[in-house]
Design a binder for this molecule. Sequence first.
Ligand code: UDX
Length: 455
Amino acid sequence: MKVAIIGTGYVGLTTGVCLAYIGHLVTCVDIDPAKLELLQRRKSPIHEPGLEELLGTVWNRIGFTSDTSASVADADVIMIAVGTPSKPTGQADNRYVEEAAREVAQGLQPGRNYVLVIKSTVPIGTNRRVVHVVDQVLASRGLKGEIMVRVASNPEFLSEGTALRNMFYPDRIVVGAEDPGSVEILRRLYRPILEQTFDPPPFLPRPEGYDLPPLITTDPVSAEMIKYAANAFLAMKISFINEIAGLCEKVGADVTEVARGIGLDPRIGPRFLEAGLGWGGSCFPKDTAALIAMGRELSYPLRLVEAAREVNTLQRERAVEKLQETLKGVRGRVIGVLGLAFKPGTDDVRESPSLDIIRLLLEREAHVRAHDPVAMANARKALRNAEVEFIEDPYELANGADALVLATAWPEYRQLDLRKLAKTMRTPVLLDGRNLLDPAEAREAGFIYLGVGRQ
Ligand code: UDX
């Protein structure tokens, strides 16, 4: 099938590359010339394991352009995957989705049938709105009734760092549409994934015991809601374990043991029960805020989601309080922060707990040093007006420091020589904000070890 994808961010690019891999002809559209220039040189603008390699593999089936009209004219499926940034009210801003829909509608050709898929995470009701926007443009072109455009919602569930795996081996594919015709076209589009008939990329073998993913077909409003509810639930799950972690500290329990003990109950499940500094990234903060704003708009407060956000903010504050207590104040202390990305496996620092903690420490007049294996450049940009010393070598970062904060669970931090780190510090305090290290080992190496929810 011929597919045009508007927006080559995380979602658009990953989707495009994977659809090309399973045999479709894909054109990715973006307005950012710098991004297009990179992509045309087969370089990925984002750090996502395997993406660049796969881009090279599918090069004869994928193209990149800024020309929406030309790309959509002969497409069978057009996907909108542009950003929906937060407004000051927390609502997701639909502006770019609408603009994209308008541009798409300008390029559609008479006598053809199209399925227009909304992949962006959009406020509930947006699919309806897009139908209206497209109709208006077609009417203004005098082509109403001559072009068939069916709008469908197809939310994505990609996690950064595992986006390709999530795309090739999804838990489910959700399609929300009013008419069975568009569902059938999307079923065809995803058939190689639904039936797992593609040859897996060599670096991404099919997971053992992986079952064929179900195609969930529903109405557009429910599909839009599925995306928000999934992210809000996961954010709540993490906040729940973080809240329990705080109580574990008060009573002397170990939250990692508690998580193991409750996670084995299949009704609860073991994942997303890692206590730490809380969640960040481009989805959970934005989507929970949008859901709350939607509730407010409809006089239906979402109390659990609100509480999840509060607990998440508190997690950062508690970490700084712990340092203050242990160091008897952080003013003038040298604090080394290990990890800037919002989670390991990505260079994304959006809403990163680490950056929040750095800002809190700077407010309290600590001197901050920072390190990350891949996210240093992005963190420099995000913290450009802040007084932070970026250091390439964790051992140099620890030298003379009063405390270390391990803020991102990068596997390489597990390999650090703790003895060597502790030895050069002024006071060997280690706040393990991700419970990454073995407390006994850290103590043996000479650290005053502070975990989250464990002793
Ligand atoms: C998330 C969803 O998982 C994905 O389905 C959705 O489409 C987009 O948002 P992502 O933001 O890439 O994906 O990251 P995810 O792996 O979900 O982690 C989010 C945050 O939660 C990270 O800051 C992570 O460190 C934190 N986290 C996760 C925890 O603190 N504890 C956990 O147990 C799991």
